[in-house]
Write a protein that binds this ligand. Structure first.
Ligand SMILES: C[S@@+](CC[C@H](N)C(=O)[O-])C[C@H]1O[C@@H](n2cnc3c(N)ncnc32)[C@H](O)[C@@H]1O
Length: 189
């Protein structure tokens, strides 16, 4: 384990102790899961990309490696320390410290371009179904036609049922993650 991975794991653990429900995992996602999530994004598709709940930035790094330019990427992170860490770690990426469940307020003042992909690391299963649906409404109305909403979870079922007009598919199962995780992709049907 490199020194920066160890530092990230400690940062994550501190946040977990402070706000267990919001952090919702013992470790950040592993590199295989991060790559499986980033693979769902077509880097050649024009438009901005939004990541909700980036934590220490493992998935962010994979999205950038996938070929998304930093200026196209906006992160929304609730935790002040993670937000500060990602601002320093990813020059050029827009980092907003705010609430992903209230995107109307959090993205206020940003250009109203639809996103060509939205990625979420939020621990949705820790939130009541009504909040998960609110999140979905906020996300799906901000997607460009045909664009994916990508969510990972540790559960066997998609964490939210797709609303009418949308479908969800299991895009990847990553056994070597701790714990094993599934990648779900929601799109307009
Ligand atoms: C399970 S961790 C995932 C972190 C990272 N994406 C990863 O895969 O390692 C959940 C992240 O969502 C963030 N989070 C939780 N509730 C949030 C909210 N309402 N708005 C924005 N971020 C939130 C947490 O602070 C944490 O960084």
């Amino acid at each position: 384990m490199t020194a920066s991975t160890l530092a990230d794991n400690l940062r994550f653990l501190r946040a977990l102790v402070a706000r267990p429900k919001n952090v919702g995992a013992v470790f950040p996602s592993g590199p295989a899961l991060a790559r499986a999530i980033a693979r769902q994004i077509d880097p050649l598709q024009d438009g901005p990309v939004l990541e909700l709940g980036p934590g220490t930035g493992v998935v962010t790094a994979a999205i950038l490696e996938r070929g998304v330019a930093p200026e196209r990427l906006t992160l929304v992170e609730f935790d002040e320390n993670f937000a500060r860490h990602n601002t320093a770690r990813f020059p050029g990426v827009h980092v907003i410290q705010g609430d992903a469940f209230n995107l109307e307020h959090t993205l206020l003042g940003r250009p109203h371009l639809p996103f060509c992909a939205i990625v979420s690391g939020l621990p949705l299963l820790n939130f009541p179904v009504a909040m998960r649906r609110r999140l979905m409404d906020g996300v799906l109305t901000r997607l460009a036609p045909g664009a994916p909403f990508i969510q990972f979870s540790y559960g066997t079922q998609a964490p939210v049922a797709p609303p009418p007009g949308f479908r969800v598919t299991r895009a990847a199962m990553v056994w070597i993650n701790i714990p094993p995780a599934r990648v779900w992709v929601y799109r307009r049907a």
